[in-house]
Design a protein around this ligand. Sequence first.
Ligand SMILES: [Zn+2]
Length: 235
Amino acid sequence: MFIGHYGVSFAGKAAEKRLPLWLLFLAVQWLDVVWSVLVMLNVEKVRIVPGFTESNDMDLYYMPYTHGLLGTLALSAAFGAVAMLFWGERRAAIWAVAAGAVFSHWLLDLIVHVQDLPLWGDSFKVGFGLWQHRWIELALELAILLVGAAIYARAVPSRTRRGDTALWAFVAAMVAVQVYGSFGPEPESGLDEAHMALTAYLVLAGLAVLVDWSRGTLGTRIASGVGSGQPGYAR
Ligand SMILES: [Zn+2]
């Protein structure tokens, strides 16, 4: 799963408006961000096997730290704890949304991955394998993204028309990236995949800053009127 994860980021911002969208963009891919780095360090391993699944060629045969259930729980709790450091009030809510966003990655990966997600150490691997059905998998990714974006647009209304334009242009660009990912050429090696993935996650988190900013909802302070569901733009 790739852009589907970001549906959770958008919904997370609706649930906890003090968190910046970019942080939630990083949170839902945090397991993959750490995975990219560990693949580059040759700690976790992936190899390209043409036709491995209908959606991609990645045989993710060793990733116990970032995609094992225990590692995921630890990375989720730690990410939530760091996010919590930056907010003084109702810290439990901040922790729950940030850690929950990280953990959601594993649950969504569970639906699409083949049996490569270990429950214990490097064994008892699970995965429901929706990557074997390219069109259904693509439809699921788009559905989660669009539902999340719609929840966000409603719960965190933009003060300007520009903010809505920015949001939906961003969503359209993400859809295009996903379609390219599902049907475009596959990376040459696992290392290429790790570099591409890390770059994409950082660029998308950077663009999320612009979306939040253009809607006037970047920081912890939500301007009066915004977030109360009032219809119409300020200007
Ligand atoms: Zn993953």
